[in-house]
Design a protein around this ligand. Structure first.
Ligand SMILES: [Zn+2]
Length: 332
């Protein structure tokens, strides 16, 4: 199959299908609901039902009734121009999916953003055997090693309890879609009352309807009362809580970097991510059995070189944008 890697997304020529296009197109596969993947107005959209719900929440004011939104459940097959398309879980955030494309005997897998460790909220990844693998490498350097969900739960609850015991307010910083809802879910399960920033709270009903409820949360705003934790996006400032003893925890893959404390102001760094770490990426490539690997995001060039040194036919087919770093809205 002819596959073109462009600044607008990945184009499967024979199917005229774009993978995670950033601009309007005719037919799009959207791997998950993060803004850098689920953007643009497309005539036809294929995605999991959860991803389509996130797409609708994000773009409710601009959605056009003439758009055709095709929900595809994990494992469900759709035929398109002689190819079979089947989504599989990717663990990244709620609804995230890899796409298997079977075409004339060739099996191509586009992972989108993915991790192998089980998520706190969502379905675990199933590695799909393929001939050609198109994957990401947001954290494709050996310096990145992340916590399991059990370790992350323990760190989150432990930090919250120690802050509350001494009268301080624990504030958790996490990405507004994915990590944020997972932190709220963990605190809720531990019975810790939690205030939630609006950017995170708007996706909580969807998470609850998909089996990951967080009863007891309340919208943040105004004073932060005693005995309550706060979950907010990175970069969040709390002027209304000035004078309170706030203690910040940063939950992200970027928390694995030495400079994360200085960048975020967080004293507690919890390296739990919705992306694969370096070892997981290597395991993904190995277990997929792919003969060819295209690396398209993050540390694409160094990771493709590392795979090459391990005897793999690997490419970084388009210059990767500068890798994001620990910061305001950086996904990680
Ligand atoms: Zn993502």
């Amino acid at each position: 199959m002819r596959i073109e890697f462009t600044s607008r997304g990945i184009w499967l020529a024979e199917l005229d299908l774009w993978l995670d296009p950033t601009e309007d197109c005719k037919k799009a596969w959207i791997s998950h609901g993060h803004r850098d993947h689920a953007g643009g107005f497309h005539r036809e959209v294929f995605a999991t039902p959860e991803t389509l719900e996130i797409y609708k929440i994000r773009f409710q004011e601009t959605l056009d009734p003439s758009q055709q939104l095709h929900p595809l459940r994990y494992g469900q097959t759709v035929e398109l121009c002689g190819a079979r398309l089947i989504p599989y879980p990717a663990s990244h955030i709620l609804g995230a999916a890899q796409l298997l494309i079977e075409w004339r005997g060739e099996r191509i897998v586009y992972t989108g953003d993915i991790k192998l460790r089980e998520p706190i909220c969502g379905r675990p990844t199933r590695i799909v055997p393929c001939d050609r693998l198109i994957t990401e490498s947001t954290f494709g350097l050996p310096i990145f090693h992340f916590l399991s969900r059990e370790e992350a739960r323990e760190r989150i609850v432990g930090f919250a309890q120690s802050c509350l015991a001494e009268g301080a307010a624990p504030v958790f910083l996490g990405h507004p879609l994915g990590r944020g809802q997972e932190i709220v879910h963990v605190l809720s399960e531990a019975g810790i009352p939690t205030a939630v920033d609006r950017s995170i709270a708007r996706f909580l009903p969807l998470y609850a309807s998909c089996g990951f409820p967080s009863p007891g949360w309340a919208p943040s705003g105004g004073e932060l009362p005693e005995g309550i934790a706060l979950v907010a996006p990175p970069g969040f400032r709390t002027p209304e809580a000035r004078g309170r003893n706030l203690r910040l925890a940063y939950v992200s893959g970027w928390a694995a970097l030495d400079n994360a404390r200085a960048r975020t102001g967080a004293e507690e760094l919890i390296p739990y991510s919705d992306h694969a770490d370096f070892e997981e990426l290597l395991a993904l490539v190995e277990q997929s059995g792919a003969r060819e690997i295209d690396v398209v995001h993050g540390y694409a060039e160094p990771f493709a070189r590392i795979l090459g040194l391990r005897g793999r036919l690997a490419r970084a087919p388009r210059p990767a944008a500068a890798a994001p770093t620990a910061g305001d809205e950086a996904e990680g």
